[in-house]
Each structure stands twice: as C-alpha cells, then as structure tokens.
Design a protein around this ligand. Structure first.
Ligand SMILES: Cc1cc2nc3c(=O)[nH]c(=O)nc-3n(C[C@H](O)[C@H](O)[C@H](O)COP(=O)(O)O)c2cc1C
Length: 219
C-alpha cells in the first residue's frame, strides 16, 4: 500500500484505519516528500499527450467553479477562464479558516472526521445552461477539500458533463474517485492535477491546461 493509498478517505468520513495516515505527522510526511521531489518532478498532469487547444467554433459553454484558500487553485481557475471564456463561480465559506497552517490542517481534519462540512456563502448557481462544469480545489488530506464537498452536496449536475482539477504538493490520494462519488448525477470526465502550479517551469501550466481543455472540448 502506498502512502497515497493510505490517505484514503471514503465519502466524508474518516475510518479508524485512516486516522493514522490523516495524522499531522502523516500529512507532514507527504508534504515533505513533495518538497523533496519539487526540484526533480516537473508539473505532472494526469492526462495523455493530446496537444489540441480549446479554439474554434462550437466550443462548449463552461462553468468554472473553484475553492482556493491560498491562491494556487484561483490562479488556475483564472487561467481556465482566460482560455475558455467560461463563467466563474467561487466557492466561499461562511466561516473564516485559521490563517495558521497547523490550525487550518487540524480544522480540515476535524471536518473530514466528523462530516461537519462548512456552510457556504452562496448556493450553487443554475448550471442548466452549461455544457461542461469544471470544479477546482486544493487537495486537503488526500481528498476533495471540505468546502468543495459542501458545494457538491448541494449541487445537482443532472446529467451534465463535469471534470475536476486540483492543485497539490505531491499527494493527491483519492481526490478524483471521491470527486466522482460526490458529483451527483454528473458524467465525470478526465480530471487534471497540478503540482505547485505557481512554482512550475515557464509554460508548463499552460501546456498542461491546453492539452486537458483540448481533450475535454472533444468529449
Ligand atoms: C488543510 C490542508 C491539507 C492539505 N493536504 C494536502 C495533501 O493531502 N496532499 C498534498 O499534496 N497537499 C496538501 N495540502 C497542500 C495544498 O493542496 C496545496 O498547497 C494547494 O495548492 C493549495 O491550494 P490553494 O492555494 O488554492 O488553497 C494541504 C493543504 C492544507 C491547507
């Protein structure tokens, strides 16, 4: 079993078996591994080698939904907006998370363990007019961050195509399978994960996004 797998969190609950890997030490280990790898690992998107770009007529109408605590996922959401002309919906929590990193990770862990998901400032928008809904967030404890879980709990994709993108520091765990489980009634397409996107080499993020968006345009 890999470190990634050990971080598994099914649905919104953390089982006893997962508690150890969800400990602060476990997270720090993963993050430390990510930092060590930072110099060696280029941006690693989980996608194929399609290089098509999202251009031309007949483009899908996109909604870009995202949550971002410290700006990395927002940076990606903005880039996607520039590339696709899609509409943007930011997920915002009613409560303010602690600014201190250790307190934030503890609070996020508590929410996951108890299923006490944060209330959101706004309900999901009407998604009926969109062809494709992209939902972004940071990896939190190897899974979907609790604010995005709150969004998914309220949203009904009703047969819409949806895809997830996430930013992280080296351990995505079960982000994509958990997203798929929680995006109710969605036809879930291939997602994209971006490792420390604001520190990636020049052009790498754009290249990964163009390839991913190009693929999605053709689905
Ligand atoms: C509560 C919390 C938990 C995190 N858990 C993970 C994790 O399990 N794996 C990982 O690679 N990075 C983890 N990170 C790092 C973030 O995923 C990463 O910094 C992300 O790019 C932050 O995105 P944002 O700037 O949009 O908030 C965690 C960060 C926080 C605050």
């Amino acid at each position: 079993m890999t470190k990634k797998d050990k971080g598994t969190v099914m649905s919104n609950k953390i089982t006893d078996a997962n508690k150890d890997s969800l400990s602060r030490r476990g997270l720090l280990k993963v993050l430390a591994a990510g930092m060590l790898a930072a110099a060696a690992i280029p941006l690693i998107p989980h996608l194929g080698s399609t290089q098509a770009t999202a251009t031309g007529t007949g483009r899908k109408k996109m909604l870009i939904v995202y949550y971002s605590f410290s700006g990395n996922t927002k940076y990606i959401a903005e880039k996607i907006r520039e590339k696709t002309g899609g509409d943007v919906f930011e997920i915002e929590t009613v409560k303010t998370y602690p600014a201190v990193y250790s307190a934030l990770t503890e609070e996020a862990k508590r929410e996951l363990q108890t299923g006490d998901l944060p209330a959101l400032k706004k309900n999901p928008p009407d998604m009926s007019s969109y062809d494709l809904i992209l939902v972004g967030g940071p990896v939190w404890w190897y899974t979907v961050p609790t604010p995005v879980m709150s969004f998914l709990r309220k949203a009904d994709f009703a047969g819409k195509k949806a895809s997830a993108f996430c930013t992280h520091e080296g351990g995505i765990g079960k982000y994509f399978p958990h997203f798929k489980e929680q995006a109710k009634n969605a036809v879930v397409l291939e997602g994209l994960d971006l490792y420390k996107p604001r520190q990636a080499g020049k052009g790498e993020v754009d290249k990964a996004l163009d390839a991913w968006l190009g693929k999605l345009q053709n689905k």
